[in-house]
Design a protein around this ligand. Structure first.
Ligand code: ATP
Length: 247
């Protein structure tokens, strides 16, 4: 059964150097006649992709090729400029762990907030709070404001929340190495459960060995376009061959 479908999805974004939140400067430059239209870049270019239920799909490509952007479009964090994205089922994005947190409120309140952001009810999150705190090994920090935690602890909390709930679709963006060695092993076990189960998994990684071992198919992105999609070994072979030609 099809769970993700992208038809001709493109995304234009303002380039970083043109991007300014400074309204005063923008208005001033307008009156001084120095205003320039922000430059836009085609970050995703006519992407067509179908992912079936239970499939483990890896995404490879050079830095800046659009891998994280593609995941964000699938999760609904970014809206495509054109094209259609369809997703069936509950999705848990493990992207920039902790990006939805509020540092001034307590760990427990952040669990509720983050859970609601992921689409779960407050009641459901109340019931899960204890197991999340236990997995993240933060039982003694439940009432502490998040700013009192180390960045590793915050990442652990993000991982614990997103994986405590059983998503239909798990999205992993280079987050397979959270926390210290002991915690990494715990994360690996949890991820293994998703791999063995029915969840559909999309994973972005530069670890090609990992992807060949764990993924059915790979998508190779190049400058926002799908360069290859299919068998994982073949994708990596083509990708590496292309790199040697460029060198
Ligand atoms: N917030 C943003 N605003 C504007 N452009 C952005 C923003 N974030 C990323 N981009 C641009 O979008 C393009 C794709 O970036 P993306 O992060 O998706 O690449 P990536 O393949 O995940 O790279 P990496 O392997 O380095 O993580 C890049 O050209 C980048 O400069």
């Amino acid at each position: 059964m099809e769970v993700i479908r992208l038809d001709n999805v493109s995304l234009l974004r303002r380039t970083q150097e043109e991007f300014s939140y400074d309204l005063k400067r923008t208005i001033l430059s307008f009156f001084e006649g120095k205003y320039r239209q922000p430059v836009q870049k085609l970050v995703l270019d006519e992407i067509n992709l179908v992912v079936n239920s239970g499939e483990k799909l890896g995404i490879i490509g050079a830095n800046g090729s659009g891998k994280s952007t593609l995941l964000k479009v699938i999760c609904g964090i970014l809206r495509p400029t054109s094209g259609v994205v369809r997703v069936r089922g509950r999705i848990a994005p493990l992207i920039e762990l902790g990006a939805g947190f509020d540092s001034d409120i307590s760990v427990i309140d952040n669990i509720l907030l983050y859970g609601v952001l992921l689409g779960y009810s407050r009641k459901e999150m109340h019931e899960r709070t204890q197991s999340i705190l236990e997995f993240a090994e933060l039982e003694n920090y439940a009432l502490v404001p998040l700013k009192g935690l180390s960045s590793g602890m915050v990442a652990r909390l993000g991982f614990a929340i997103a994986t405590d709930v059983q998503p239909d679709i798990l999205i992993l963006d280079e987050v397979l190495s959270v926390g210290d060695e002991k915690f990494k092993n715990k994360c690996k076990q949890r991820i293994d459960n998703f791999w063995d189960g029915n969840s559909t998994v999309l994973v972005v990684s530069h670890d090609l060995h990992f992807l060949v071992k764990y993924c059915n198919r790979l998508v190779w992105l190049d400058k926002g376009r799908v360069n290859f999609i299919g068998n994982a070994e073949e994708a990596v072979k083509n990708y590496l061959h292309n790199l040697t030609i460029q060198e």
